[in-house]
Design a protein around this ligand. Structure first.
Ligand SMILES: Cc1ncc(COP(=O)(O)O)c(C=O)c1O
Length: 446
């Protein structure tokens, strides 16, 4: 098959109706949202999104890693409809309903590690992170939290305080939550210590120990919070052995380890949760985005011994909504029955081809990722000068050609398609990628 099977552009991009909606949006909706280009979606199926002008695009964003099973997977839509015919809302904080319990049992089954777990429900990634942070303070009775440069955990006050990816998320909002100390992450392509993984002996973890010696006494630290693979920060993958070391460091000091798997979880990396690549069991974990194929759901899962807060301590009116729980159960089933394996296979295929392309295009400074969580960092030269404009331009060139991409970090582009992506769709994406890259290179040289 070819490009024309997935992409059909009938008008100028964006089209006239898209521009009308854009004008209405600007007059009615908060200016704080980040839209890199004007895509006004009308309907979608699988990896194909049709805009209000009837143009069809190939979606390698999955609605920011949310449509894990593809847009409107028929089996997911069916269980949502069936659930809507039975019960839409009851509030799990105040009443019981079976689908919420069945999903919690499933989460207990798939959460990494052998220790017994309990589940808390919210509606978003930020809420799941907030809940984990509150639980860590409650359980440990300690005030501080460690978080990482480059991390992103959401927009509510606790979550944004834990984040360390972009100052604009904080600008004008201080004071932040008290007691959060940031430490360097294992961003090996731009090692904060100027070392290489072969000879560094995890010196960045040594720096965390130094922070504990000088600034944040370990006996005051409730929790260390980190993404397994940084998302918004640029799809940054730590080296082998990294999380085992962090686990040891935290365990030895009685500090809880909370993993944010909001973007990296739900089969995206070829395992149900990315942390499984490091064979590490967290004490607390946040799940959202891809868990319910597009319906809002945030889940905080923690060791039973840790989730010891008392009745009334924390809840959510809408959290664990019946429709979202039904969608999540079906999503997990689809992920387990083939999609997770497909994520590993297609991810490897994309990486192989991108790495070949990297040899022809020095702009592609780093190609990294696991499964279908792939980031490409753009650089201007051998000194790795950040090519911010070029990475932004690449996303726009791809859009003009009918391929939906999103940036991440300062100068990277992410590929996070639905886990149902086919090799054929990967080939179309790769063709458009190289074509778009050539257009960016031409502009650079002109
Ligand atoms: C790793 C991570 N954590 C938390 C969040 C926040 O999730 P939400 O936007 O659902 O609150 C995001 C969102 O991008 C994320 O990528």
């Amino acid at each position: 098959m070819a490009k024309k099977d997935y992409i059909d552009l009938k008008t100028a991009i964006p089209g006239p109706k898209g521009l009308e909606w854009y004008a209405r949006d600007r007059a009615a909706i908060s200016p704080s949202y980040v839209r890199p280009y004007v895509l006004v979606a009308d309907h979608a199926e699988g990896l194909e999104v049709v805009d209000v002008d009837g143009n069809t695009y190939l979606d390698f964003t999955a609605g920011v890693a949310v449509n894990s099973t593809g847009h409107r997977h028929p089996e997911v839509i069916k269980v949502i409809k069936d659930q809507a015919d039975k019960l839409v809302h009851m509030s799990g904080t105040d009443f019981f309903y079976p689908i919420q319990i069945v999903l919690a049992e499933k989460i207990q089954e798939i959460a990494p590690g052998p220790t017994e777990k309990l589940v808390w429900y919210g509606n978003s990634g930020a809420e799941a992170v907030e809940a984990g942070l509150k639980l860590a303070r409650w359980h440990s009775k300690r005030p501080l939290a460690l978080a990482f440069f480059g991390g992103f955990h959401g927009r509510t006050y606790g979550a944004v305080t834990l984040s360390g990816s972009k100052a604009k998320h904080r600008e004008g909002f201080s004071p932040m939550l008290q007691g959060v100390v940031h430490v360097p992450y294992a961003y090996c392509y731009r090692c904060p210590l100027g070392l290489t993984p072969e000879m560094c002996d995890f010196r960045c973890i040594g720096m965390i120990e130094e922070v504990m010696e000088r600034i944040a006494p370990p006996s005051d630290i409730a929790v260390m919070v980190t993404e397994s693979i940084q998302g918004e920060g640029g799809y940054v993958v730590p080296p082998a052995g990294y999380f085992q070391k962090l686990r040891q460091l935290t365990e030895e000091r009685g500090i809880l380890l909370m993993l944010d798997e909001v973007q990296s979880g739900m089969g995206r990396t070829g395992k149900m949760f990315a942390i499984e690549h490091w064979d590490t069991e967290p004490d607390i974990m946040a799940i959202a985005k891809g868990v319910a194929s597009g319906l809002p759901l945030g889940i905080m899962v923690a060791k039973k011994t840790v989730m010891d807060w008392k009745q009334g301590a924390h809840g959510s009116t809408f959290g664990g909504n019946p429709l979202s729980c039904a969608a999540a159960l079906k999503t997990i089933e689809l992920i387990q029955n083939g999609m997770m394996k497909n994520a590993a296979v297609q991810g490897e295929y994309i990486m192989k081809h991108l790495r070949q392309m990297q040899k022809r295009h020095p702009l592609m400074g780093d190609v990294r990722g696991m499964g279908l969580m792939i980031g490409i960092e753009f650089v201007k030269d051998a000194k790795k000068t950040k090519a911010k404009d070029e990475s932004t331009q690449l996303v726009l060139e791809a859009f003009k050609r009918g391929l939906l991409l999103l940036p991440c970090g300062e100068n990277s582009v992410r590929l996070c398609p639905s886990l149902s992506v086919t090799q054929d769709q990967c080939d179309v994406m790769l063709d458009i990628w190289e074509e778009s890259l050539a257009a960016v290179e031409k502009q650079m040289n002109s």
